[in-house]
Design a protein around this ligand. Sequence first.
Ligand SMILES: [Fe+2]
Length: 570
Amino acid sequence: MYILGLTTLGDSAATLIRDGEVVAAVEEERFSRVKHHSGFPYQAVQYCLDEAGITIAGVGHVGLYWKPWIIRHKVFQALKSLAISREMFAARADRGIAQVSDSYLGMLKLPRLIRERYGPSEFRFHYLEHHLCHAASAFFVSPFETAAIFTMDGTGEETTTMFSHGVGARVRPLKRIKLPHSLGQFYSAVTNFLGFDMFAGDEWKVMGLAAYGQPEYYDFFSRRVLALNGNHDFHVNIRVLDHHLAKRYQFSQEIVETLGPPRSPKEEISTRHQNIAASAQRVLEDAVLHLLEGLHEQTREENLCLAGGVAFNSVMNGRLIEESPFKRVFIQPAAGDAGCSLGAAYLIHHGICKQPRGFQMEHAYLGPSFDSEACAAALKNAGLEFETLADDEMLPRVARMIADGAIVGWFQGRMEFGPRALGNRSFLADPRRPDMRELLNHKVKLREWFRPLAPSMLEEQSSAIFGKPHIDPFMVTVLSVAEEQRDRIPAVVHVDGTARPQTVSRKTNPRYWQLIREFERITAVPMLLNTSFNIQEPIVCRPEDAIKTFRGASFDALVLENHLVMRSQR
Ligand SMILES: [Fe+2]
């Protein structure tokens, strides 16, 4: 039985599962090359069908991550700001199916449109609650038989935060917090205040900046903007900080009087901006910890599953693993709306088809792959000279190049699902070099100086680096690096002594594991600096994307499967 899950507005994506196993999961942006692609994921769907070797006729169920008839909040929002709605959901994709589905109304026509585009099929179509999809995306693929589930985002329909309880093949919602009380929208408003763009997903920048500041405005935020109350609830005062108005830089008088003027996008970053970021970050973390205490009281579970866009906040994740009452935490790596496509498929598999659990998500390598011949063909097409090497030659050579200071574009196997490159579409560099962060941010990735860079480390060695056991194949948690280790790996340790590691397992990514092992042999450091293989674009998907990026940038070598291209041979 094949089940297709869909996300169609913002971070569009498709996931196909067969008998409860993920066959393929991919974001549309990787094909369209438009970041956070909004519109029907028609290339992603086609790829999923191709990967399974089926047509749409072979799909038994299709699930959408949204119930489009819940529009009370939309009407309210549209009245407040027509322009913003248009901007957010402007059709950026191709004509036809993509255009029609770029609206809530269009979602109602999806079953017909899918058949028109992909051919006849007897599939049953399901509109599914957004936060249930988030919850399913974490719990049903987690290692836990039972767990408390916490989902939080900007909004899904009108729910912004949901408590649920997962038991076996069932997710039971316990509590929904609705608009305008939204942790995601609070953080987005601060993102805009700091001159970044919430529609571009710039919330990462606020989190990175927060480490440089002091929470000087904590009391103001927690008293006047995001207040916690009894009953493990919270309240956002949109008269003080309104997410919609923030988009147009129309901030309330109280905000401007307290925090000063909003930062314009080109303005230098000051201590004040860093302190605002630190304050908002702390308030968010405290709110989530407060809510989790309530969820723990209700469920008495030791396991916690997290999803929803706010669960990308890896600094918050690190703190709640330390301080929340839960003992074990699983975070869906595609925590944002793309992951809802996966959740939708599992919600149908367990909730509607009543199938038992059986799958565990141990890695995120669920996208397209390109074999050695396809990579060689792309290189020849581009007129690039390359060497073809077996791994016993390739891996030591690449490790040596990195140890000697090279930045390598590394492309192998199936592309990652979710926003993190996990060693299959990555830039790799030497974590020991103090100048490497600046070099990568400024010269290669063309982005802000304060963006932290993360390490991929041998799973077996993570205890030594952090001073305690830590396994995270998905790079979703920030934690403190053991003090004696910090000076050895300055390029991947943030200003506050933390890092956001990926632990690499020999079982799930043997070739990447082996490469890191080779680097360790040379340097005695069991990790590589890993940042996503992209420059101001979505992560590269096809060999052609990697080659285009190589040609337009200044990194030293490109590896496509077992082919090596050196910059000097370009
Ligand atoms: Fe969401």
